[in-house]
Design a protein around this ligand. Structure first.
Ligand code: DLL
Length: 447
């Protein structure tokens, strides 16, 4: 079903007019209420009245995460703090988190875009939603929770972790839809396999995964392992949380961006110049309707591309490809740009491997080096009972040695740079305990 058909299937030109109108109002609002924007607009000689529509968007300054950090916690609010009814924060790995705030109208918008996302993914009123995104400062839990309620679903607010209890609830309550990170979905798949629970014994039909990069290889594993048709949900706290875009279950070939509220552009990662449709670059988003924390041209750092046209599902909303990675996750290995997701896609093509891996970046003689630790799949590794899989064992076993050689060649031929490959026994690579999973260990000395 389509949650807001008149908006999601709107004529593209009519939508552009609405977007242009919203952009004009937005610029006037931030120029008046947010000191940082007032100064930036003045510095770029843009007066609010100069902005007449989307065609003027590139005249506006970019906003970066550092702007939110520099004005921490509430310096970029466009409303008095007392008018905000909720705050969330993004999980800063170092230092202070980025705090975001919502007015009543913002939480209403948040619920609506999450309801749209759930409907895109196949959910319908009356279905039951097992929401295994973390509740708390993270936007995933509460964001999707209120989206489910808005759609008219029965929401089970499980939150992340405690896999055994999750499986028990799934078996007993019989939900139709599950939401969690893709890495946690794989943890659930593995747990089902361990307990001999067949996918068709589960009631689940649809799944929405996001909050971290994943690939079509993982999609196959999750579809098969949980007996679902899973789709990608994308979002970030600075813009609203989950619900910035979602794939439709009909096509699953790109996530429809809720562009009547979050206007996307793709810019070149180094020059910042606009990239034409279909080309890859950094996703930059302008929040057209948010009240508490409106952002002009926010540099997400996420690499993707946009495609337009009416979709099989009937929606006219622009689609974005699966996120390839973040500009700050990009590794430069002997001059070649490498994203962890590219390595993941290659590993997914090797049937002897499980969908779990770890990347270790080191520095050898002033050059970055990448070690790919690939985990063997259970069936292939049946004979390997050892806890560790040492260099000597791999060398002595012609099957393992040949496999390692094949993976090394495949990575080199596909990505164009040599990487050291080591094999891990089943269970050797990190697993998600419920939240986002970090698969990259950076052991380079800090500059
Ligand atoms: O991760 C919001 C979210 C919750 C999205 C639940 C989807 C589902 P943050 O913690 O602020 O917000 O992290 C945002 O996570 O800039 C991306 O780098 C990454 N990310 C989010 N969704 C995806 C996705 C939430 N579908 C950051 N694919 C973003 C790849 C994603 N990366």
């Amino acid at each position: 079903m389509i949650f807001e058909p008149e908006l999601e299937c709107m004529d593209v030109e009519a939508r552009r007019a609405v977007q242009g109108e919203r952009l004009r109002a937005l610029v006037a609002r931030v120029a008046e209420r947010v000191p940082l924007y007032r100064e930036r607009l003045a510095a770029s000689h843009v007066k609010a009245g100069d902005i007449r529509g989307l065609g003027d968007l590139t005249r506006l300054p970019l906003t970066r995460k550092t702007d939110l950090r520099d004005t921490y916690p509430f310096g970029m609010l466009a409303v008095p703090r007392r008018d905000c009814i909720r705050v969330h924060a993004s999980s800063g790995t170092t230092g202070r988190p980025t705090v975001v705030a919502y007015t009543t109208a913002d939480t209403d918008l948040f619920a609506r875009v999450c309801a749209r996302s759930l409907a895109m993914a196949g959910a319908e009123p009356g279905m039951m939603l097992h929401n295994a995104y973390g509740y708390g400062l993270f936007t995933g839990g509460l964001g999707i929770h209120y989206g489910g309620e808005r759609l008219g679903m029965t929401v089970v607010p499980v939150s992340g972790g405690m896999t055994e209890r999750q499986l028990l609830l799934i078996q007993d309550l019989k939900p139709d839809v599950i939401t969690c990170t893709p890495s946690y979905a794989l943890t659930l798949v593995a747990e089902c396999e361990k307990r001999g629970i067949a996918p068709d014994a589960l009631s689940l039909r649809y799944a929405l995964h996001g909050a971290e990069p994943w690939t079509d290889g993982m999609r196959v594993q999750i579809d098969r392992g949980l007996g679902v048709r899973c789709t990608n949900i994308y979002g970030l706290s600075e813009i609203i949380g989950p619900g910035v875009s979602n794939e439709c279950v009909e096509a699953r070939d790109g996530s429809h961006v809720m562009e009547d509220h979050f206007y996307p552009e793709i810019l070149h990662p180094e020059t910042g110049e606009p990239v034409p449709d279909g080309g890859e670059g950094v996703l930059v988003i302008t929040t057209l309707t948010k009240e508490a924390l409106p952002l002009l041209r926010y540099w997400t750092g996420d690499i993707t591309s946009l495609t337009r046209g009416t979709c099989a599902c009937g929606r006219t909303l622009v689609k974005m490809a699966l996120i390839k990675g973040r500009t700050d996750d990009m590794l430069i290995i002997r001059g070649v740009n490498v994203y962890p997701s590219q390595v993941e896609s290659v590993l997914a093509r090797v049937e002897e491997l499980a969908p779990h891996y770890r990347l270790v970046v080191t520095r050898e003689k002033n050059l970055d080096a990448l070690e790919v630790q690939a985990e063997l799949a259970g069936p292939f590794a049946r004979e390997i009972v050892r806890e560790t899989l040492s260099e000597e064992i791999v060398e002595a076993d012609h099957q393992l040695r040949a496999l390692r050689g094949r993976i090394t060649k495949l990575l080199h031929d596909t990505i164009g740079v040599s990487m050291r490959v080591t094999l891990l026994p089943p269970g050797g690579a990190p697993r998600s305990e419920g939240g986002k999973l970090n698969r990259v260990t950076d052991e380079r000395p800090r500059a």
